[in-house]
Design a protein around this ligand. Structure first.
Ligand code: NAP
Length: 288
């Protein structure tokens, strides 16, 4: 964390994620009393080192709250057909409430086809087009974990969304677009910026809520931020010093913003926590 004096309130993702995990653990215990154990199936294809760390953390998070998880580690040369067959089996397994196929997949496998093979009722990442559609029409089933976590952070920070100007930088299917939809559903007036946006700062300076989801260190500087704004930094980058950093110049923006998330310790732990929320919600739906 920076030693520069700050004025912005810190939105502590670690602390909020901890309280969300505690709540999930209570809900797991309540389901156990009814003989239901929530289950998450994680599938990893290949040896991508970052993916291996992510799935290990997901399995560990599940164990901590009492969710039963399985990890399928499939070799990098697994055929698309074999992977699809595994998904069909998981779709049919009543002990599995959520399925997550870690992305990216090896190049010979069509990612879209794999996501679409997952039952929308078990799509723990919320990437299936059916779940995207549910979000578009305002009746979400599974919400993508990162933007869902951001919404929880805004709620926790007491940020007013109704009527607020929200600017999202980034238009990916997993963060930017679903983030914009969730903010819109909450009553914000939403602008989505991207690499082709002319005069990014002209947009960001209007934002009461600014979400940066790009993947470029220091893209958002203090002069681009409206005084008092809530700034959410989704970015996860390695800075020149090799340290993890976001898209926002934290030290500079902290002196202008009203509230800000740090990196690390901001959106990252919330993304992990929301996967547990998606899984317990699926198990609760199944038990109803
Ligand atoms: P992505 O698919 O690469 O999308 C990046 C977006 O940023 C694109 O829409 C791109 O525009 C836009 N962009 C690129 N350069 C820009 C610029 N100079 N000005 C404005 N917009 C620009 O990335 P992603 O998957 O959404 O992830 C974004 C960041 O969030 C990454 O750092 C990633 O590691 C991080 N992330 C963090 C978490 C977490 O849990 N903390 C979770 C997911 C992702 P175009 O569409 O025009 O190319």
């Amino acid at each position: 964390m920076s030693s520069v004096p700050t004025t912005a309130r810190l939105i502590d993702g670690n602390a909020l994620a901890r309280s969300i995990r505690d709540d999930v653990a209570r809900r797991v215990a309540a389901l156990a009393a009814r003989g239901v154990v929530p289950g998450l199936a994680v599938v990893l294809v290949g040896e991508n080192p970052a993916s291996a760390v992510y799935v290990r953390n997901k399995v560990k998070d599940c164990a901590e709250v009492g969710i039963a998880s399985t990890l399928d580690r499939l070799p990098a040369d697994t055929s698309e057909t074999a992977l699809l067959e595994r998904i069909v089996a998981l779709n049919a397994d009543p002990a599995v409430h959520g399925i997550l196929v870690q992305l990216p997949l090896p190049e010979h496998i069509d990612e879209h086809r794999v996501i679409e093979a997952i039952s929308p009722a078990k799509d723990a990442d919320g990437f299936h087009v059916s779940n995207v559609g549910q979000l578009v029409v305002g009746e979400p089933l599974f919400r993508p974990c990162t933007p869902y976590g951001v919404m929880k952070m805004l709620e926790h920070a007491g940020t007013r969304l109704d009527g607020a100007e929200a600017v999202v930088i980034g238009r990916s299917n997993i963060v930017g677009k679903p983030q914009a939809l969730m903010l819109l559903a909450a009553g914000a007036t939403v602008t989505v910026c991207h690499s082709r946006t002319r005069d990014l700062a002209a947009h960001t300076r209007r934002a009461d809520i600014l979400v940066a989801a790009v993947g470029r260190p220091n893209l958002v500087t203090a002069d681009m931020v409206k005084p008092g704004a809530t700034v959410i930094d989704v970015g996860m980058n390695r800075g020149a010093d090799g340290k993890l950093c976001g898209d926002v110049d934290f030290a500079g923006v902290s002196r202008v913003a009203g509230a800000i998330t740090p990196v690390p310790g901001g959106v990252g732990p919330m993304t992990r926590a929301m996967l547990l929320v998606n899984t317990i919600e699926a198990a609760e739906r199944g038990a109803r």
